[in-house]
Design a protein. Structure first.
Ligand code: NAD
Length: 250
């Protein structure tokens, strides 16, 4: 494993990307950090400093205090609504056009990959802009809500919640299956801006490595995935990804 200067990518890394007929990328909150959407760790400031994400984004939290959970999501939606894709999002949209079979798998719920132009995105953890009924999981289109009352499902009057996967919940089966399949059948797997701590997403890079793929990690910090990466590119994704694409495809 090499610790690389992002401005000096080794030739074999560039060749590996240039020759790849199938690749997959897993993105995490770090990819949107440069768009001003904080990672969970960075979001724990100010008003929300005393809460752990598990205490705000879990079925238990919603059962106990739906008003507070909605307050946290309104705050997050406010952040996301002002956010624009950054160069990392655009580079990944570009990668989709350059590699014949490219699968983008994201843990992010902010929708910024779509905004940047990525067309095939597996959203493992849902999307913060959608709502669903907490009783039957059916998506709910229009929700009127206010600070005091959590929104109610127009069909059954059950509580409406954001359509995101909370701590302790199952991932959507179809999305997970597609992500697993991509990890098993790619030549290159990029793990970008993810701490590698949240399962089962964190297993995808390992599945790829076990299936023979080259793992490239892009993250300013070391993660539990770092020892498994053939290339560990230290730094912000918004800087490294565009430079990497430039170095490979010019
Ligand atoms: P995480 O918060 O656990 O880890 C973020 C990782 O990104 C860290 O390893 C950090 O070193 C790295 N990072 C920070 N800035 C970076 C940059 N500029 N470029 C590259 N990497 C950078 O995030 P996670 O692994 O995605 O897991 C947290 C969970 O929280 C996920 O399930 C996700 O759904 C949710 N979440 C989503 C958003 C979002 O949609 N934008 C934001 C926060 C949390």
């Amino acid at each position: 494993m090499d610790n690389l200067n992002p401005l000096n990518f080794p030739a074999d890394l560039l060749a590996c990307l240039r020759l790849a007929r199938a690749a997959a990328a897993l993105t995490g909150a770090g990819v949107s950090a440069e768009s001003g959407v904080p990672t969970f760790r960075d979001a724990q400031t100010g008003l929300w400093a005393r809460y752990r994400p598990e205490d705000l984004a879990s079925p238990q939290a919603f059962a106990e205090n739906p008003v507070q959970v909605w307050e946290w999501y309104r705050w997050r939606r406010g952040l996301v609504s002002g956010a624009l894709p950054n160069p990392a999002h655009y580079a990944l949209a570009d990668l989709e056009k350059r590699i014949p079979r490219f699968t983008l798998i994201t843990q992010n719920v902010d929708g910024l990959h779509h905004t940047a132009g990525s067309r095939q995105v597996i959203e493992l953890h849902g999307n913060i802009w959608r709502n669903k009924c907490s009783r039957d999981g059916a998506q709910v289109e229009v929700v009127s809500s206010n600070q005091e009352n959590p929104p109610l499902c127009p069909r059954c009057s059950g509580l409406v919640r954001p359509d995101v996967v909370w701590f302790g919940e199952q991932l959507p089966a179809e999305a997970l299956e597609a992500a697993w399949d991509a990890a098993q059948h790619c030549a290159v797997f990029l793990s970008i801006g993810t701490s590698g701590l949240v399962q089962p997403a964190a297993s995808l890079p390992l599945i790829a490595v076990q299936s023979g793929a080259t793992l490239i990690e892009i993250n300013p910090d070391e993660t539990p995935l770092t020892p498994h990466a053939s290339y560990s590119l230290r730094g912000p994704a918004g800087l490294i990804l565009p430079e990497l694409l430039q170095a490979v495809w010019g």
